[in-house]
Design a protein around this ligand. Structure first.
Ligand SMILES: Nc1ncnc2c1ncn2[C@@H]1O[C@H](COP(=O)(O)OP(=O)(O)OP(=O)(O)O)[C@@H](O)[C@H]1O
Length: 774
């Protein structure tokens, strides 16, 4: 290091020390204040009722009491909020103390004489007098200079316009425990050295934030505020998920005060992924957004009475070797049911339902029909048909509830009630007694107390037994949704021109499966959509921004459905059509390939640089897909992928040896990726007594370092140090190309493939120089 560099380093370390001093002082002050607020909270909680005047004698007193409670509750919640806020600040300060910042830019704004030194960290920090910024939040407008420019002319946006000037220095730091471990003055791309270091590390079972090394094209996505729908098509490992999460953090910062974590929702591919990304936002001092899988949403909507197939079971079906006629019919059905044409058919069907065809269920009690399906239907179609279906359904519901109340009265005098009353527990009698007393109906002297008690008990018994019937009506379960949906397959006008070739076979198959009470995954969205058209559904207004990761797995129908649910939300869709494993298997459109959504409000970004894997792995995996030559690897070197040819009987033993080899090389997270669940299970059973390892299944919510055996389709979105592809000979069909590409893009450092029956034909496009045959 030259003397100048040495001086620079000394000065920078001195600055770090002085910043840490300020942080320490702020922590001390805050801790004192937090202590006071905490005892306030405890004190208010303890004396809550002492400080409230409770008087319920007169109506005025009741109003006064309510006001007094409200005031006390408001005071408590204000103190609690302050406490939470202070706690959050303390945590942020602790993080800053460990590593105050990661970058510096010197910027001379046009027309100014003084160069500003801007230090960037995960949060802002002011000096002791709260006058100058010691650290700028990475999301502040000026910070974007760091991500977008190299020294020379530079500009950044502020709400009122554009600030131009010259960047005279751009410096990166690695600071740990307030100690500068490394420092680089950078030129064209930021973070080459630091990226080398970060990406060369071991894979993590939890994703890390990338704020220190965000690339320019990622920054553009993170800070985009224009688009209503922003689509990111990015190669595997190009940082789509990372960009999504930093974008959440950016939006929370940019719109703080009006946008909270609860207003943002992330649809993720599986529960495992939820936990994989869960630490990024807290690491950045933000709360996690809401997270759900689309499957969870559908299942919740359809309720317990339906058994909904999950997308992974659908995938297992597609990967199964049973490729008879019914297989191809279902594949065609999946394709069609994903399309907007099918949605259109449902829309037209719903219009027809307005005048005929809605089906209902009998409302029964103790085996007797109280209100028959025909009566409900007559009532429904007797209503003014200019009312929408959902409005009429509400009127039917109200009518049914009235009818039910009448039925309750009738029922009280039935003999079964008397019998049940006799078998009631002592507590039930006590309750009835209490109620009578409350109603002032019970006096020691009245002669008909016994009768009243019996009447009350009968009322209680009947009410209790009617509860589920009322609940069913309130939840609109009197609509026979399944039958209505199935009718679509019994009577669709065969003349509709968009119907698929084997429509009548598809109809038969659909009816068959659904009548056995299983809803195939491809039918779940259409059914919930139809349910919304019939029942009406208020659109969700609290969610203001939706993120859909792995968007290539969503069908155009599903996306249209999501848009309908969240009409006021902005959307960020991130995906890679080369990893469209579901649609790849069926040839359906995905939301990324369907042109219909590419309207004016859509802006698309393409990420071609990829960061996860070594150059050798990227070169090999890119050769598996069309257009792969456009994927640009980050220049981190490793060994070429290998193909290990073995006899089937020796496969498991060889895999075990390979795992041991990788572990001894220091690879901490090793995944053995099998094609299907069955393959994973059988390998796991065979190896589990011989080496510690975990099996990842569709319900698995987190994974650990060490060895994981995992089915192909669950490995999407996550990464490992090393991957062993259990048997690449098993990837034979063109329809599995995307799946094969996806699994080959999971490792950061090492990729080994085993082959029991020659290399996969899907590798034919990859030159022999891209992998080693062992
Ligand atoms: N700018 C960056 N700085 C540091 N690391 C990065 C950067 N961009 C991406 N990475 C790293 O590259 C890896 C892949 O990122 P990420 O999972 O976000 O990519 P992806 O596009 O979602 O991948 P896939 O489509 O394969 O799921 C992660 O380890 C991530 O931390």
């Amino acid at each position: 290091m030259s003397e100048i560099q040495n001086n620079d380093l000394r000065e920078e370390q001195e600055r770090v020390n002085s910043v840490v001093k300020v942080i320490n002082q702020k922590i001390k002050n805050l801790q004192q204040n937090t202590g006071t607020v905490r005892s306030d909270v405890l004190e208010i909680r303890k004396s809550f009722w002492e400080d409230v005047t409770v008087n319920t004698d007169e109506p005025d007193d009741i109003i006064e009491t309510a006001a007094s409670i409200k005031q006390q509750a408001e005071l408590l919640s204000e103190r609690e909020r302050t406490h939470k806020h202070m706690d959050k600040n303390l945590k942020t300060l602790a993080r800053l103390k460990y590593s105050p910042y990661f970058g510096r830019i010197d910027f001379l704004e046009e027309g100014e004489e003084r160069v500003d030194q801007v230090y960037l960290g995960i949060a802002s920090l002011m000096d002791e007098n709260d006058e100058n910024f010691l650290i700028y939040d990475w999301r502040a407008p000026i910070s974007s200079l760091y991500y977008d420019y190299s020294p020379g002319y530079a500009q950044y946006k502020i709400p009122k316009g554009i600030i131009e000037g010259e960047m005279t220095l751009k410096r990166q730091f690695i600071i740990r425990q307030a100690d500068i471990k490394a420092m680089f003055d950078t030129g064209v791309t930021i973070g080459d050295e630091i990226l080398q270091e970060v990406l060369g590390n071991n894979a993590n079972t939890q994703m890390k934030s990338i704020v220190a090394t965000i690339q320019r094209e990622q920054n553009e996505i993170i800070r985009n505020e224009r688009s209503k729908i922003l689509i990111v098509q990015g190669a595997a490992g190009s940082g789509k998920t990372s960009a999504a999460l930093q974008r959440v953090a950016y939006l929370l910062y940019r719109y703080r005060g009006t946008l909270n974590a609860e207003n943002i929702m992330l649809f993720s591919p599986n529960p495992l992924f939820n936990s994989y990304v869960a630490t990024v936002l807290p690491e950045l001092g933000e709360e996690n957004m809401q997270q759900s899988t689309f499957q969870e949403y559908l299942t919740e909507r359809l309720g317990k009475s339906y058994d909904v197939e999950d997308p992974f079971s659908q995938m297992e079906f597609l990967l199964s070797e049973n490729e008879g006629e019914s297989y191809f019919i279902r594949v065609e059905a999946i394709r069609f049911k994903s399309s907007l044409e099918f949605k259109e058919i449902i829309d037209q069907y719903a219009v027809k339902l307005s005048t005929e065809g809605l089906l209902f269920k009998d409302i029964s009690f103790r085996g007797d029909v109280i209100i028959s399906r025909n009566e409900i239907s007559e009532y429904f179609y007797g209503l003014e048909n200019s009312y929408s279906i959902p409005n009429r359904i509400q009127l039917v519901k109200e009518w049914l509830l009235k009818e039910l109340k009448r039925a309750v009265k009738r029922e009280r005098s039935r003999s079964w009630v008397e019998e049940e009353v006799q078998f009631l527990e002592k507590e039930d009698y006590m309750e009835a007694f209490k109620k009578l007393q409350e109603k002032n109906q019970f006096t020691e002297s009245t002669f008909d107390d016994f009768e009243r008690e019996q009447r009350l008990l009968a009322e209680m018994v009947v009410k209790e037994r009617f509860k589920p019937v009322f609940a069913r009506v309130k939840n609109l379960r009197f609509i026979d949704l399944t039958e209505i949906y199935l009718r679509l397959f019994k009577q669709t006008d065969q003349a509709v021109k968009s119907l698929p070739k084997h429509w009548s076979e598809i109809c038969k198959q659909t009816i068959n499966i659904i009548q056995n009470l299983v809803i195939p995954y491809e039918d779940a969205t259409p059914i919930v959509y139809l349910q919304d058209l019939i029942e009406g559904r208020k659109s969700n207004t609290s969610i203001r921004h939706i993120f859909i990761d792995e968007a290539q797995d969503y069908t155009p129908f599903q996306f249209a459905f999501i848009q309908r649910l969240f009409p006021y939300s902005k959307m960020t869709l991130l995906g890679d059509f080369n990893q469209a494993i579901f649609s790849g298997a069926t040839g359906s459109e995905t939301v990324l390939t369907d042109l219909d959504i590419r309207k004016k409000e859509v802006e698309t970004f393409v990420l071609t640089k990829t960061y996860r894997s070594t150059k050798e792995i990227v070169e090999f995996s890119s050769a598996l897909i069309a257009g792969g030559e456009k994927i640009e690897p980050f220049n981190r070197r490793g060994k070429k992928p290998t193909v290990n040819q073995v006899e089937k009987t020796k496969l498991n033993g060889e895999v075990l040896e390979k795992i041991k080899e990788l572990r001894s090389e220091g690879q901490q997270t090793v995944a053995v990726i099998c094609r299907t669940e069955a393959e994973s299970k059988s390998l796991f059973e065979e190896l589990k007594g011989r080496i510690p390892l975990h099996l990842i299944e569709k319900g698995t919510v987190s994974y650990e370092k060490g060895i994981n055996v995992i089915p192909s389709y669950l490995a999407k979105g996550i990464e490992f140090d090393a991957v062993i592809i259990y048997d690449c000979s098993r990837y034979q069909n063109e329809s599995e190309r995307k799946l094969f590409y996806t699994v080959c893009t999971r490792p950061m450092h090492v990729l080994h493939m085993f082959a029991t029956n020659g290399i996969s034909p899907l590798m034919n496009g990859a030159g022999k120089d891209l992998y080693d045959i062992v």
